[in-house]
Design a protein around this ligand. Structure first.
Ligand code: FEO
Length: 171
């Protein structure tokens, strides 16, 4: 079982993952409208990742006999600027999520909640990967700058991103 405080904090995190999914879907639509179909695809795959992050947490709360509260999801912006600006915003957002996961881990440690610590370890590692995968796009974007040919090459590469695999339920 989990404490009421932990239950509340995990439900807050579900909302952050839901917002992340919503924001990446909005970014996908924006990239599509700009003619960057590869960037749009990458963001669509990122949206799917976030849905998995959200449902994995949902499953864990239920497995621990807790209650799930689905809260209002904030409306994401419609415009995101250039591909470089989009990925700068993406990195900032992932850093925000990383901080939030670390705060959750801090709470689990404070409460001597070993099961939740083990569960959250997956998210700690996942956030390292999330930030690295954004950096992998940001670096070439910084190199090509405004060069249209370079941007199209990156767009084509991102169009090949694979769909995320579905994690096992609960933990
Ligand atoms: Fe669910 Fe991208 O963090």
């Amino acid at each position: 079982m989990i404490s009421k405080r932990m239950e509340e904090a995990l439900n807050e995190q579900i909302n952050k993952e839901a917002y992340s999914a919503y924001m990446y879907l909005a970014m996908s639509a924006y990239c599509n409208s700009q003619g960057f179909l590869g960037f749009s695809h990458w963001m669509r795959m990122q949206y799917q990742e976030e849905v998995l992050h959200m449902t994995k947490m949902y499953d864990y709360i239920l497995a621990q006999g807790g209650e799930v509260f689905l809260k209002t999801i904030e409306e994401p912006p419609k415009e995101y600027g250039t591909p470089l600006e989009i990925f700068q915003k993406t990195l900032e957002h992932e850093q925000f999520v990383t901080k939030s996961i670390h705060q959750l881990m801090g709470l689990a440690m404070e409460e001597h909640d070993y099961a939740t610590q083990t569960f959250l370890q997956w998210y700690v590692s996942e956030q390292v990967e999330e930030e690295a995968s954004v950096q992998d796009v940001l670096n070439p974007l910084r190199m090509v700058g405004e060069d249209k040919g370079g941007l199209m090459m990156i767009d084509q590469k991102l169009g090949g991103r694979m769909a995320p695999s579905i994690p096992a339920p609960a933990n």
